[in-house]
Write a protein that binds this ligand. Structure first.
Ligand code: GRF
Length: 202
């Protein structure tokens, strides 16, 4: 399976996917695109001898114009699956529709709870006893596509956002490669805005 990963920064989820490719993931990361030229994830990709590329937003550029340039760059890699791994841009509806059922994202919360930013602090502030991460298909509405796989972690009374981030990260790195593998095995599908694994509604 030809996998393209979009990043903006650290790229630890990218790393987890790269590392599990070695363990017969049945998937190949054929390219990494970043919107930030200094993203650490680009170095991770170089290290793994994966082709990288940057699509940097121009001053005052519209979302549509940026997304069109991004799409042109993506097409060069002929990907079968697009993996958003900390890609910090909202994507236009037109862009998302192009890749319906072929684009996944990881979000650091138990969706539908806490879409958007600062999810760890919000879980602490709400005194939640449980938090986690979700991998979902990308649909036009931000962080709202059908969930494929979630991992839960406990939230402790003395937690800080940093501690909780670390605990969730560990789970992110475990579940994202699993979902990529399922997709590579042809076991995942999105239909009518619902996610299916082996034909069963998730
Ligand atoms: C992760 O927390 C992910 O859930 C969110 O952005 C962060 C990316 O981290 N979408 P990394 O760049 O993969 O380390």
């Amino acid at each position: 399976l030809r996998v393209l990963v979009l990043i903006s920064g650290n790229g630890s989820n990218l790393q987890a996917i790269i590392d599990s490719c070695d363990d017969h993931l049945q998937a190949d990361v054929v390219g990494v695109i970043s919107n930030q030229p200094d993203a650490l994830g680009l170095q991770r990709a170089h290290h793994a001898e994966i082709d990288t590329s940057c699509v940097i937003a121009r001053k005052g550029e519209s979302r549509e114009s940026y997304d069109l340039r991004l799409q042109q760059r993506i097409e060069k890699y002929q990907p079968e699956l697009i993996v958003l791994a900390g890609f910090m841009r909202i994507l236009s509806d037109d862009f998302v529709s192009q890749y319906e059922g072929r684009m996944i994202n990881i979000h650091p919360s138990l969706l539908p709870k806490y879409t958007g930013l600062n999810t760890h602090q919000r879980a602490i502030d709400a005194k939640d006893t449980e938090h986690g991460a979700s991998v979902h298909f990308v649909t036009p509405q931000l962080d709202s596509g059908p969930v494929i796989l979630q991992a839960r972690v406990p939230v402790y009374a003395e937690d800080t956002a940093e501690l909780l981030t670390e605990r969730v990260y560990e789970q992110e790195h475990a579940i994202y490669p699993i979902v990529v593998k399922w997709f590579a095995q042809g076991r995942l599908e999105m239909k009518d805005n619902l996610a299916f694994l082996d034909g069963e509604l998730i």
